[in-house]
Design a protein around this ligand. Structure first.
Ligand SMILES: Cc1ncc(COP(=O)(O)O)c(C=O)c1O
Length: 427
């Protein structure tokens, strides 16, 4: 007799999201594709293509100096510290990297942690009961999770909307300790947070400003210290988080700010206390890449120049390649200055069809749907690197041009009304 009332099974899960279901209804399989990337190119399925979907913006992850530093640390210290910093997972390299990060950002202290995601989870240790945290709706998932793990009241302000933030701050309990939390450069479309207005609103209401510089520290600003430096408010930011996995050719994360805060986090943040520390090769690679990024500013100038040229070309082809001027809403907000170009595509099937066309034409990109972008939207996320040649960029532009010329039932990537990328729902 079949069980008329079967018990639910935890393992019976529907495909993750409408976006993924729609993608899986097509023959295109864009995710978890094994590849090997180096110097602006990648080998995918045995074929060499232009790599336009990698966050190694400064091209340092395969730089021989960085890999040699990692190899030396590997030989000297082994593969792993096999434990957390507190007890048995601290090498001299951890302290040296922390000093270098603090020196670079001009903060009193810094703590390095195993990933950038964990750096943001560690923030939970700051957010106690009775506190209030104000979060941009387009913040990275790790920031959202760090806030959720904490005990503070969470209030979300509309993406890049400091007037909305200001209103929420004004309405909040005056007795609550407050923090405003935002990405510096938003990961999916490369738009800058309006940090001058955000930090001003925070100050007006006695709130601390916490900025995740995962995509912009090492890249933007006169000294490469990030979006806050570029926008002239580096000193107004109270605490930075970041990663070594994008500009700094490695893996790992950091928090940088006042010594008393960093000490508090070292002793209380569960993401630090209960996880094995950054491994030796990653530490040495990050240290080497940080030094190179400081010594070789041409890298950031080069990638920003290439991105600006490519963005112009894609827009001229008719693509909605951002910045959507309405996206970072505030008047006078600067356009995305960085190496992330979001080509808006709309329908998931069209998004992955365009992705497949680009790959067939020899260009690897990233198709992105919800929850990384708002429900109902999708993008082809194109990223550039300092190690790209002009020819690489020509090939990217040409692949997009041929997609435009390829007849297809109404190509939705073209001439589509601009859609803001700010998620309306929590991720
Ligand atoms: C804005 C932002 N913060 C944090 C992270 C997490 O960094 P990591 O990859 O080092 O865990 C990412 C990674 O994509 C990110 O984009």
């Amino acid at each position: 007799m079949p069980d008329s009332n079967p018990r639910p099974d935890l393992f019976d899960k529907a495909p993750a999201s409408p976006f993924l279901r729609a993608v899986h209804a097509t023959p295109v399989r864009p995710y978890y594709r094994p590849l090997r990337a180096r110097d602006g190119e990648a080998v995918v399925d045995g074929r060499k293509v232009v790599m336009a979907g990698c966050n190694d913006y400064l091209g340092l992850a395969t730089d021989p100096r960085v890999t040699a530093a990692a190899a030396t640390a590997l030989q000297t210290y082994g593969t792993s510290c096999s434990g957390a910093r507190t007890l048995n997972g601290t090498l001299p390299l951890h302290g040296e990297l922390e000093a270098a990060v603090a020196d670079f950002l001009g903060t009193e202290d810094a703590a390095v942690v195993t990933t950038g995601f964990q750096a943001n989870l560690a923030l939970a240790a700051l957010f106690g009961p009775g506190d209030a945290v104000f979060s941009d709706t387009a913040n990275h998932a790790s920031l959202i999770d760090g806030i959720r793990l904490g005990a503070a009241h969470r209030l979300r302000y509309r993406h890049a909307d400091p007037a909305h933030l200001d209103r929420l701050l004004a309405d909040a309990d005056p007795a609550a300790a407050k923090a405003v939390v935002t990405d510096g450069m938003f990961s999916m479309d490369g738009a800058l947070a309006p940090l001058p207005a955000v930090t001003a609103a925070a100050r007006r209401h006695g709130a601390r400003t916490l900025v995740d510089g995962a995509h912009d520290i090492g890249l933007l600003g006169p000294a490469g210290r990030g979006a806050a430096e570029l926008l002239g408010v580096h000193e107004q930011v109270d605490l930075f988080t970041g990663t070594f996995s994008k500009c700094f050719g490695s893996t790992g994360g950091f928090l940088a700010g006042p010594a008393r805060v960093i000490t508090h986090l070292r002793y209380t943040a569960r993401a630090i206390l209960f996880s094995a520390s950054m491994p030796p090769p990653a530490l040495a690679a990050a240290m080497s890449a940080l030094e190179i990024s400081i010594d070789e500013p041409w890298r950031r100038h080069r990638v920003l120049d290439l991105a600006s040229r490519l963005r112009t070309r894609l827009t001229a082809l008719g693509y909605d390649a951002g910045p959507a001027p309405a996206d970072p809403a505030p008047p006078g907000a600067p356009p995305p200055p960085g190496p992330v170009i979001a080509v808006r595509t709309g329908d998931p099937a069209d998004c992955v069809r365009l992705w497949q066309h680009l790959l067939d034409a020899g260009v690897y990109t990233n198709p992105v749907g919800p929850p990384a972008v708002p429900e109902g939207s999708s993008i082809i996320r194109v990223t550039l690197q300092a190690t790209h040649t002009d020819t690489h960029v020509d090939r990217i532009a040409e692949a997009f041009a041929t997609a435009r010329r390829t007849p297809r039932p109404a190509d939705p990537a073209l001439a589509r009304p601009r859609q803001p990328l700010a998620p309306e729902t929590a991720r």
